[in-house]
Ligand binder design. Structure first.
Ligand SMILES: [Zn+2]
Length: 349
């Protein structure tokens, strides 16, 4: 295995985890802000009755539309960044070679890698990639809509049961505050009401970040001819969270197989399985040639030497870039690339 390259892979994986953690915090903050606004408004009530609830529902609806927009923007950014981090692995690989061996790699080839992120993000947002065809906007709407219904249910029930002012406010707070502890009998008192207000939105974003990263990695692996196969690696928590509690799953089969004779756990680039829901495994392109070997090969080819593999690469990726009006610019990506190189200990700057 090419160790410098493997460092890039691991650095990108760390960056993705960091991204997911930061975004989870930001998302929680969005819900905390909503909780604050809704509670403030409810606490001004002079009496809880149906007429009040009617007015209040409108306030809730408006605030939830705003939340929806904020969640959408947060997701859009997160998907894009996650995809950029993944594609940056292959782009960084070539930039490293270019610098180290003073090569002049055709810019069209970079373009082919840089154009991946926007492309993937557009597909994820539109929902084209999913069986149910549901896009990002309608998934977010489903969770905020449920939130609106839950709030209405809690308040209507309180009014019907003539709960006190304080009880009403407290129950509302327990629901809307993402950090609030729920009483043990929450499910009995409020059947069907979500226990964690931001649960679905958090799950949606986490899944999106993972999908975006996976799709972008798989696509960029295909665009790097030095990636020979894709390796499937179990998450460090796979045994504790899966095997010990529920037994083996398909991921165990993936890492143990060698049915393509590419090495254990390796798949051809276009036959990599799609990770199941909530899968924590990682998948990355395998490069066994050393940087020195690859640098020499590229150098010879750029100087006019014969290399059918690289010719083919240029034909399929280099010239085919009329579509890359979507391309993320090299400048836009270079921040991420620099960070990966630096934190991976590959450059010191
Ligand atoms: Zn898995």
């Amino acid at each position: 295995m090419n160790n410098e390259y493997l460092k890039l892979v691991h650095e990108a994986l760390n960056k993705k985890i960091e991204l997911a953690q930061n975004n989870a915090k930001q998302l929680k903050k969005l819900y905390e802000d909503v909780a604050e606004d809704l509670l403030k408004k409810a606490s001004k009530s002079k009496g809880f009755n149906k007429a009040w609830l009617n007015d209040y529902s409108k306030v809730v609806q408006n605030r939830l539309r705003e939340l929806e927009n904020n969640i959408y923007e947060l997701n859009e950014d997160a998907l894009k960044t996650s995809s950029q981090i993944a594609a940056a692995v292959q782009a960084t690989f070539f930039e490293y070679l270019e610098d180290k061996f003073e090569l002049d790699i055709p810019k069209e080839l970079y373009k082919s890698i840089y154009s991946i992120p926007e492309d993937i993000v557009l597909k994820l947002i539109s929902g084209n990639l999913y069986k149910d065809g549901k896009g990002l906007a309608s998934r977010i709407w489903s969770s905020t809509n449920k939130m609106g219904q839950d709030i209405n249910f809690i308040l209507a029930k309180g009014i019907a049961e003539q709960k006190s002012y304080l009880e009403m406010i407290k129950d509302l707070e327990k629901y809307v505050d993402p950090a609030a502890k729920k009483p043990w009998n929450w499910k009995t008192v409020y059947p069907g009401v979500n226990k964690q207000v931001d649960y679905n939105a958090q799950r949606l974003m986490r899944t999106g970040i993972n999908h975006s990263f996976y799709l972008s990695s798989m696509e960029s692996n295909k665009r790097n001819p030095y990636v020979e196969s894709v390796h499937w690696e179990l998450s460090g928590q796979h045994y504790e969270r899966q095997v010990k509690r529920f037994g083996r799953d398909e991921c165990d089969d993936y890492v143990e197989q060698n049915k393509y004779n590419l090495g254990q756990g390796n798949f051809p680039k276009d036959e990599v399985p799609i990770p199941h829901v909530q899968c924590l495994c990682t998948q990355y392109g395998v490069i066994t040639k050393s940087m020195e070997e690859i640098g020499k090969e590229l150098g010879d080819w750029i100087a006019g030497g014969n290399n059918p593999m690289l010719d083919e690469w240029y034909t399929t990726n280099g010239k085919n870039n009329a579509f890359s009006k979507l391309a993320v610019s090299k400048e836009e990506n270079s921040g991420i690339i620099k960070a990966i190189l630096k934190e991976g200990g590959i450059i010191n700057e």
